[in-house]
Write a protein that binds this ligand. Structure first.
Ligand SMILES: *Cc1c(COP(=O)(O)O)cnc(C)c1O
Length: 362
């Protein structure tokens, strides 16, 4: 077992495709004849600039990012964007709309309050974040600087299955845990951001896709490192970017291309999730917290209702090489994160285990 790779259901940092790790391994001490590792290169060297620009171009192509949008490769995680977004955009009207559908959008709203008036346009807190509010439930302010939401709630296991209509109010979206899992119409958004460690690359890189016209209106207190305009003008290199992670993202994008791009990924993800939810729904023991219609295809949360039995299941899974299935401490139970890099085989094995466990304990 010790020498075998496990199926890692961690919510993030999470699995990377094996072929990507192997390619990185093969290039780790001497990147394409440069005589050094990507980890050792100047971010301003020709070799690295090529990696940087290629990765950016690949991402632009894969997500069909239109003209007028910039792709930034930053640090400080998705959490950094909880501050960077209001610092740069709140000055438009001094207020913003937030949909709170889980932990991370809650934290983002809390952070934004430091910089302006936050209107909670919708919250699912009353039902423990088990659903996504419908468009008709959103209390929209037409003078909001922006409308903020989190596309996939990593902890609670819910996912927006529609893009909110907000008229002329720019959409800001945290896509940390479902970016690159399906095609997205970027033109509908003002800002899309994502921490890389769920579905893109190792931890340390934050991808921000920003509509250029939204940059440049930052509050005067904005730290220079958190200024979109500065980062656009400096090509994400006002300071040293997370070079290794950018390189890894490039490899992941090559792999994604081989899998049929985002359309291919969407099919696979639909299959993976349907398989898992079907088995859970037809079991005697297990229930899913998330309401049908709001269920996430990336993070599947489930439980038996008995903490001891949950622990027994997690232990049995670990024994079978299916690891990190324990749910987040805010929710309990189990959580299976099935991002792009999770092989179908991993989900099949998990389904088998659920069926067996259900039979033996139900
Ligand atoms: C993991 C996660 C975050 C936090 O990301 P960091 O990169 O750790 O700051 C924010 N939002 C969502 C949706 C996440 O899944």
């Amino acid at each position: 077992m010790a020498n075998e790779r496990v199926f890692n259901f961690s919510a993030g940092p999470s699995m990377l495709p094996l072929s990507v790790l192997e390619r990185a391994g093969a290039e780790i001490t001497n990147y394409q004849g440069s005589g050094m590792s990507v980890m050792e290169m100047s971010h301003r060297s020709k070799v690295f600039l090529r990696i940087f620009e290629d990765t950016q171009a690949k991402l632009r192509r894969m997500m069909s990012v239109p003209e007028g949008y910039q792709i930034l490769f930053l640090q400080t995680g998705a959490t950094g964007q909880f501050a960077m977004v209001p610092l740069n955009l709140m000055g438009r009207t001094g207020k913003a709309d937030y949909a709170v559908t889980g932990n991370f959008s809650g934290l983002a709203a809390k952070e934004a309050k430091k910089y302006g008036t936050v209107n909670i346009a919708a919250t699912s807190e009353g039902k423990n974040h088990t659903y996504i509010p419908a468009q008709s439930e959103l209390k929209l302010d037409k003078d909001a600087s922006y409308f903020y939401y989190c596309a996939n709630n990593t902890i609670y296991g819910t996912e927006w299955n529609y893009v909110p209509e907000t008229g002329n109010v720019p959409l800001v979206c945290d896509m940390s845990s479902d970016i690159l899992s399906k095609p997205v119409d970027v033109s509908k958004y003002g800002i899309i951001f994502a921490g890389a460690q769920k579905n893109m690359a190792p931890a340390g890189l934050t991808v921000v896709i920003v509509k250029e016209e939204l940059a440049g209106g930052e509050l005067p207190i904005t730290p220079v490192i958190m200024n979109y305009k500065t980062m656009i003008d400096k090509g994400s290199m006002y300071n040293t970017p997370p070079c290794w992670c950018i390189y890894m993202l490039g490899l992941v994008l090559d792999w994604l291309e081989e899998q049929g791009g985002l359309a291919g990924m969407e099919q696979v993800k639909g299959k993976r999730a349907a398989m898992l939810y079907d088995v859970l729904d037809s079991s005697k023991l297990f229930t899913c917290a998330a309401e049908k219609g709001s269920r996430s295809d990336m993070n599947v949360t489930f439980r038996t209702g008995d903490d001891e039995l949950d622990a027994k299941f997690v232990a049995a899974a670990t024994e079978a090489g299916l690891v990190n299935l324990k749910g987040h401490r805010l929710v309990g139970g189990m959580r299976a994160s099935i991002y792009n890099a999770m092989p179908m085989e991993g989900v099949e094995k998990l389904c088998d285990l659920i069926r067996t466990f259900d039979r033996e304990n139900g």
